[in-house]
Design a protein around this ligand. Structure first.
Ligand code: FAD
Length: 343
């Protein structure tokens, strides 16, 4: 384990924001975490744990220690005719894991293809896409509790998974380093039912002249990947952190007043609340494909901010605040960023 000084993080975040970390360390195995916890640089500095940086915006230089957990490995814990339990180490790349599972005919995570993420962040963020959430397939999350410095296993129900949320963003924020996640997956059989709840999936399948009843997991992964590449900016080519704000949830009684003034608003109903589409609110405030040269909204999706040209973290933060103020003033709704500003 080597702690480096003054490292530029531009290649460690998908927004490609330049930020100099005072200290930076990459961790390759669990014993290195234990040594790090006793290192004076760790003890004397503020810290930030970094995955693939797809949800992180460094606002300025980081006057502390950035820790990147790169522990790689996968292991089958148990299997029967129907299901399989796989333990995956934190630093593995999420999309590669989805691809390997597809190659091996392991189902249930195909709708989550092509999300830029590390394995641990899939649990931190409870990654969600096309009707499937990571919480549906996570069995346990293992890691080190920084208060007790002991290894601990959290069962799925103890992780308090919610909409793009978990205990790791709340009570255990900065207190628990995830080292592995155990996933429970389904073995693919010919009668397997793909989740096509999202309407665009069936459209894409017929556009590609595929027959759902004959599709393999890898075909489905390809369908999802193509949909994402068309709708969302390709994170391998465009600098972004994906959806920038959470879809706001408002109480049912607020809906009545809102819909008198804005009948065009789309919403999703649940028993106690209404979820609105953040992109539509942003769109209606005039931010459709708007930019200030350095940072702007993506041409196909107003919820996605993109770094147009050498934007700093501060430029992105300012632009995001401009959007929040406009939405607040027009709809009296506060947008909560999904991306994490690190200062
Ligand atoms: C183009 C694009 C599309 C996207 N689409 C989706 C989507 O469809 N669905 C979705 O859910 N998300 C989506 N996202 C958001 C992003 O991919 C997810 O939030 C992802 O899980 C972030 O992973 P990461 O490894 O890059 O996290 P990072 O940004 O590196 O870190 C995220 C958080 O995890 C914490 N953390 C890091 N390591 C550890 C550890 N070992 N233990 C505990 N906590 C730790 C960090 O401190 C930070 O708070 C998208 C992003 C982009 C750029």
């Amino acid at each position: 384990m080597q702690i480096q000084n003054n490292i530029n993080l531009i290649n460690y975040n998908t927004f490609k924001v330049k930020s100099i970390a005072k200290h930076f360390v990459q961790i390759q195995n669990e014993s290195e975490i234990v040594s790090l916890l006793n290192d004076p640089i760790y003890l004397q500095n503020k810290k930030y744990f970094l995955g693939s940086g797809a949800n992180t915006i460094f606002v300025n230089n980081f006057d502390g220690l950035v820790i990147k957990i790169n522990i790689l490995w996968k292991e089958i814990l148990s299997e029967n005719d129907d299901e399989i339990l796989i333990k995956v180490w934190a630093g593995e790349n999420w999309h590669n894991f989805v691809l390997r599972c597809a190659d091996n005919n392991f189902a249930w995570l195909e709708n989550l293809a092509y999300i830029p993420s590390s394995i641990w962040a899939s649990a931190v963020q409870n990654v969600w896409a096309y009707g499937v959430e990571a919480k549906n397939i996570i069995q346990t999350v293992d890691g080190i509790n920084l208060d007790t410095k002991e290894f601990q296993t959290l069962k799925n129900k103890d992780c308090n998974f919610g909409y793009r949320d978990s205990i790791f963003k709340n009570e255990l924020k900065d207190k628990f380093i995830i080292t592995h996640v155990v996933f429970r997956l389904k073995k693919f059989k010919t009668n397997y039912k793909f989740n096509c709840e999202y309407t665009g999936i069936n459209e894409k399948i017929s556009q590609l002249w595929l027959d759902l009843s004959k599709m393999k997991i890898s075909d489905f992964v390809e369908v999802i990947t193509q949909i994402r590449k068309e709708k969302l900016p390709d994170w391998e080519l465009i600098w972004t952190a994906g959806s920038f704000f959470k879809n706001p949830i408002i109480p049912k009684k607020q809906r009545e007043t809102l819909y008198v003034r804005f009948p065009e608003l789309k919403w999703f109903d649940s028993n106690w609340a209404i979820k609105l589409s953040a992109w539509q609110l942003i769109d209606l405030c005039g931010f459709k494909w708007k930019n200030n040269w350095k940072v702007g909204t993506y041409k196909n999706h107003a919820l996605i901010l993109v770094n147009e040209w050498t934007a700093t973290g501060q430029d992105i933060k300012d632009f995001a605040e401009e959007i929040q103020i406009a939405v607040q003033n027009k709809f009296n709704i506060s947008l909560e960023p999904e991306a994490i500003f690190v200062e």
